[in-house]
Design a protein around this ligand. Structure first.
Ligand code: PBG
Length: 329
């Protein structure tokens, strides 16, 4: 049969793309500010904002400005933030002692934020790297990252954060057994209502580069491959997720997001708790840098990235684009 005989019956998917109104009507996936979490880098001082050169548009903020930023985010419909403290070198040591200090930068910032906007959901990172002179997420001995010796430090840190007002603690360290250990410590401290967002599936990725710049937290020696996952593995991701759920995770996360959309989809199909994905610093920097060179349209690149992560199955997206996305929403 010739094609001309069939033109009246031909399937025409283009009809559903003809106008913007129709395209909006049939759109399957939509990113909304409601599902976005804005990561904030915080620092000591008052009224102080320090631009991060590898992450155009992002800055380290002192606690007063961080609180102000949270109020602005709330007005735009973003009701969750993830905090990352930039700790000065003289406070870093091999035991990451500052990580559990109840009068440190992070707890003070949580309190300032909660005083300014009590409804915002504050998520805090649990890992030693910002506090460690070794720049690793766990304790280091003779070049090895100690697992079980690290667990008590992580749980002290999580309990301190919960007491300071964190709603959700997010272990990003990838030590085995840490979710169960932290859950038990929180419960024993009466913090049964503090949630755990587990960075269950965190890959040893080149895309964390700008983040490590922002916190000056790169490993001083070696790499993170003995605890963060091999980018080649997806079945192992399911193993990690299963373990964290059994240990008490309330939400699980895949990180990075963009190069791991298949992993997000695989995790989504096996769990019944919310799935988060972290659109990491390197992914943000790729878009910003290419846009600065005039090679891509930053806004369209951003929106395409976010919708892809959502389409893959992420219920929650942590992204440095959160604020600017919400501004244009
Ligand atoms: C620390 C931590 C990292 C990120 C979040 N928490 C860096 C790392 O593991 O080296 C990366 C986030 C980003 O790149 O945006 N454990």
């Amino acid at each position: 049969m010739f094609i001309t005989d069939r033109t009246e019956h031909i399937d025409r998917p283009r009809r559903n793309r003809r106008t913007e109104a129709i395209r909006r009507l049939v759109r399957e996936t939509e990113v909304t500010p409601r599902n976005l979490v804005m990561p904030l880098f915080v620092k000591e001082g008052v009224g102080s904002r320090e631009a991060i050169s590898s992450m155009p548009g992002m800055a380290r903020l002192s606690r007063d400005l961080a609180a102000e930023e949270c109020r602005a985010l709330e007005r735009m419909g973003i009701t969750s933030v993830a905090l990352f403290p930039a700790i000065s070198d003289e406070k870093k040591d091999s035991k990451a002692s500052e990580s559990a200090n109840p009068n440190g930068l992070l707890p003070d910032t949580i309190k300032a934020i909660k005083d300014a906007c009590s409804d915002i959901c504050v998520i805090t990172d649990v890992a030693l790297d910002p506090y460690s002179s070794d720049g690793h997420d766990g304790l280091v001995k003779d070049g090895n990252i100690l697992n079980d010796e690290t667990l008590p430090l992580l749980s002290e840190m999580a309990v301190m954060q919960a007491r300071a007002g964190a709603d959700i603690v997010a272990p990003s360290d990838m030590m085995d057994g840490r979710v169960g250990y932290i859950r038990q410590a929180l419960d024993e401290s009466g913090k049964t209502e503090t949630g755990i967002l587990a960075y269950s599936v965190k890959y040893a990725s080149a895309f964390y580069g700008p983040f490590r710049d922002a916190l000056d937290s790169a490993p001083k020696s070696g790499d993170k491959k003995t605890y963060q996952m091999d980018p080649a593995n997806v079945r192992e991701a399911i193993r990690e997720v299963d373990l964290d759920i059994v240990e008490g995770a309330d939400m699980v996360m895949v990180k990075p997001a963009l190069a791991y959309l298949d992993v997000i989809a695989a995790v989504k199909s096996t769990v019944t708790i919310p799935v988060a994905a972290y659109n990491v610093s390197g992914e943000y920097a790729l878009v910003k840098a290419a846009a600065e060179k005039g090679w891509i349209d930053a806004e369209r690149g951003r929106d395409e990235m976010l919708v892809a992560i959502k389409r893959a199955g992420a219920d929650i997206i942590l992204s440095y684009f959160a604020k600017e996305f919400a501004q244009g929403y």
